[in-house]
Design a protein around this ligand. Structure first.
Ligand code: ATP
Ligand code: MG
Length: 562
C-alpha cells in the first residue's frame, strides 16, 4: 500500500474483491505471515509481510503472525524474538494474534487419527531411500508400498506407539493414502509425520513425532480461520494436497491458497540457508551485518521502514518469477531520505586548503540550511576559518576543461561560505599534495556574488580547527556477481563473494555538530551520500557511520534512457 493514495491493484486484490462480492468468506479477510523461526527475516520476507498485513489493513481484516515451528532441529528462540522485532519495525502490528504451529500439535495428531480411521493414511515402514525409489519420477508412476494396505487398527496402534517413543528416528512415517500414480508427485502418498527424537524450543520433549510442513500448514490456516493463504510460487504444486487434506477432515474453514512470485534481488542471496552459511562461516559479522539483506542488517545500515514499504509496493505482486534490480531499492531509499535526512558536511579523503587572506586565529560562524527539501528542518551555524579540509579529488593540478572543481587559477564556491580562487599548490618530496592555497572574496558571503559572476563548482569543506573526527564505512555489494548463484562448476555461491565489500575510513573530518549524532540517526553528507550512525560500534561522541547509499542515482538515469 502506498503511504498516501490508493493501494496498487494486483491479482490477489482482484481475487479478494471478487470473494467479498460473492460473500465467499462472509466478506471477511484474514491473512497470516507464517515464518519458520530458523533464521532472521530478509527483504523477501518484507515483501510477504507488506502484502499480508497490507491486505488486512486495506480490507478491514486481520493478519496473524504465526511461527511455523514444526521442525524442532533448526529453530531457536533468538529467531522468534528477532522476527517480532523486525515485523514491528517495518510498521505492522499483529496485536494479540501471535500463534505457534506447535500449539496445534495435539489437534494435528487428532486429525491424523481421523485420517487413519477413515483409511486415508497409513504407517509406512520402508526406509527413506526405499520411499524415494517407490515414489517414481516425473515421467514414471510410483508404486505402492507393501505396507499400504495395513488396516486402520494396525495403523492406529503403530501411530500411537510412534508417539509413545517406541521407535527410532526413520523407523516409520505416517503417509497420506492418495495415489501413487498421480501425475503430481506431491500427491503420491506424501509423508504427514516423521519420528524425530529431538527437543523442541517450545514443546520441549513432549513429542518425538513431528508433522510435515504440508500437513501442518493447511490445518494451521484452517484452525486460525484464515481466508486467503498467500504463499510463494514453489507451493503451487502443493495446492492439491493443501485442499485434499482439508477436504478429508472435519474442519469447517477452507482457506484459499494463492501463490505469488517471490522476490529475487540482483547482487543478493535471499535463501535462509545461504544467509545462515554466511553467518556461521563468518563471511559477515553476523545476521545484523550492514551488508546483509536481513531486515536487521538493513535497519543497522540505516535503511528506513518507509523506504522498504515503498519498495515492496513498487515491485508489486506477480505470478511469474523475475529478478528486481537492486538499484530500484536504492532509488526508494534515496526518495525517502532526501525528504528526511538533514544535510551536513564531511570530508572523507581530506587535503588542507589554506585561505591566505583570512586572518589567522579568527573564525566566522555561517548560516547553513539543514534540509532544502524540508521547510521545517531549520538552520544551523557552521564555523569557517583560515584552514579548511576539502576532498583530495576536488582538486586537480592539470584540470581538463570540463573539470568544474578546484584547479590553479580557478574559482569555486565553498558551500554556505564564499567563493575561493586557487593561488598555489604545495607538495612534499614525493610530489604528493600537502596543501592547497587560495584567497576568498569577502563580498560573496553565503556563497553568492552580487556582481553576476558565476562559478560552476560547489565544494563541501570543514574547518580544520573545529573539525570532529569520525569513522566511516563505505559498502559495496556483498556479491560481485549480479546473480550470485551463477557459479563455475564445482563451486558454490560463496565463490562470488566480493572480497572488498566494505572500506573503513578511520579519519573522516566532520563539522562539529555531527559528533552529537546518536545511534541510528541518519544524515546526508553533502555530495557523499546518506549515512547512519551504527548502533553497535559507535561510542558517545565517537560515532561510526555506515553509508546507507551514495547520492548517485543510476536507477532514475537508466529509466530516462529507456
Ligand atoms: P525456508 O527455505 O526456510 O522455508 P523461506 O524463505 O520460505 O525459507 P519462511 O520462514 O518459510 O522462509 O517464509 C515465511 C514467509 O515468507 C512464507 O510465506 C514465504 O513464502 C515468504 N517468503 C520467503 N521468502 C520470500 C521472498 N523471497 N519473497 C517473497 N516472500 C517470501
Ligand atoms: Mg518456507
Amino acid at each position: 500500500m502506498t503511504e498516501e493514495g490508493a493501494p496498487t491493484s494486483n491479482f490477489i486484490r482482484t481475487i479478494i474483491e471478487a470473494d467479498n462480492e460473492s460473500g465467499k468468506h462472509d466478506g471477511r479477510v484474514a491473512t497470516r505471515f507464517p515464518p519458520e523461526p530458523n533464521g532472521y527475516l530478509h527483504i523477501g520476507h518484507a515483501k510477504s509481510i507488506c502484502l499480508n498485513f497490507g491486505l488486512a489493513l486495506s480490507y478491514g481484516g486481520s493478519c496473524n503472525l504465526r511461527f511455523d515451528d514444526t521442525n524442532p532441529s533448526k529453530e531457536e528462540m533468538e529467531y522468534v524474538d528477532s522476527i517480532k522485532e523486525d515485523v514491528r519495525w517495518l510498521g505492522f502490528d499483529w496485536g494479540k494474534r501471535e500463534y505457534f504451529a506447535s500449539d496445534y500439535f495435539e489437534k494435528l495428531y487428532e486429525f491424523a487419527v481421523v485420517l487413519i480411521s477413515k483409511g486415508l493414511a497409513y504407517v509406512d515402514s520402508l526406509s527413506a531411500e526405499e520411499i524415494r525409489e517407490y515414489r517414481g519420477t516425473l515421467t514414471a508412476p510410483g508404486k505402492n508400498s507393501p505396507h499400504r494396505d495395513r488396516t486402520p487398527e494396525e495403523n492406529l496402534d503403530l501411530f500411537s506407539r510412534m508417539r509413545a517413543g517406541e521407535f527410532e528416528d526413520g523407523a516409520h512415517v505416517l503417509r497420506a493414502k492418495i495415489d501413487m500414480a498421480s501425475p503430481n508427485i506431491n500427491m503420491r502418498d506424501p509423508a504427514l509425520y516423521r519420528i524425530k527424537h529431538e527437543h523442541h524450543h517450545r514443546t520441549g520433549d513432549a513429542w518425538c513425532l513431528y508433522p510435515m510442513y504440508d500437513y501442518a500448514h493447511c490445518l494451521s490456516d484452517a484452525i486460525e480461520d484464515i481466508t486467503h493463504s498467500i504463499c510463494t510460487l514453489e507451493f503451487e504444486d502443493h495446492r492439491p494436497l493443501y485442499d485434499w487434506i482439508l477436504d478429508q477432515l472435519p474442519i469447517e474453514a477452507h482457506p484459499q491458497q494463492i501463490e505469488f512470485a517471490r522476490l529475487n534481488l540482483s547482487y543478493t542471496v535471499l535463501s535462509k540457508r545461504k544467509l545462515l552459511k554466511l553467518v556461521e562461516e563468518k563471511h559477515v559479522s553476523g545476521w545484523t551485518d550492514p551488508r546483509m539483506p536481513t531486515i536487521a542488517g538493513m535497519r543497522r545500515r540505516g535503511y528506513t521502514p518507509a523506504a522498504i514499504r515503498d519498495f515492496c509496493d513498487r515491485i508489486g505482486v506477480a505470478k511469474a518469477d523475475s529478478v528486481v534490480d537492486l538499484e530500484l531499492f536504492n532509488f526508494c531509499v534515496r526518495e525517502d531520505l532526501n525528504k528526511t535526512a538533514p544535510r551536513v558536511m564531511a570530508v572523507l579523503d581530506p587535503v588542507k586548503l589554506v585561505v591566505e587572506n583570512f586572518p589567522e586565529g579568527e573564525e566566522e560562524w555561517l548560516k547553513a540550511e539543514n534540509n532544502p527539501e524540508d521547510a521545517e528542518a531549520g538552520e544551523r551555524q557552521i564555523p569557517f576559518s583560515r584552514e579548511l579540509y576539502i576532498e583530495r579529488d576536488d582538486f586537480l593540478e592539470d584540470a581538463p576543461k570540463k573539470f568544474f572543481r578546484l584547479a590553479p587559477g580557478k574559482e569555486v564556491r565553498l558551500k554556505h561560505a564564499y567563493y575561493v580562487t586557487c593561488t598555489d599548490v604545495i607538495k612534499d618530496a614525493q610530489g604528493v599534495i600537502t596543501e592547497i592555497r587560495c584567497t576568498y572574496d569577502p563580498a560573496t558571503k553565503g556563497g553568492w556574488s552580487d556582481d553576476g559572476r558565476k562559478v560552476k563548482g560547489t565544494l563541501h569543506w570543514v574547518s580544520v580547527k573545529h573539525a570532529g573526527e569520525v569513522t566511516v564505512r563505505l559498502y559495496d555489494h556483498l556479491f560481485a556477481k549480479e546473480n550470485p548463484d551463477e557459479v563455475e562448476e564445482g563451486k558454490d555461491f560463496l565463490s562470488n563473494l566480493d572480497t572488498d565489500s566494505v572500506k573503513t575510513l578511520s579519519s573522516v573530518f566532520v563539522e562539529p555538530s555531527v559528533l552529537e549524532a546518536t545511534a541510528g540517526q541518519r544524515l546526508q553528507f553533502l555530495r557523499k551520500g546518506y549515512f547512519c550512525v551504527d548502533t553497535e560500534d559507535s561510542e558517545p561522541a565517537k560515532p561510526v557511520f555506515n553509508r546507507i547509499v551514495p547520492l548517485r542515482d543510476s536507477w532514475a538515469k537508466a529509466q530516462k534512457r529507456k
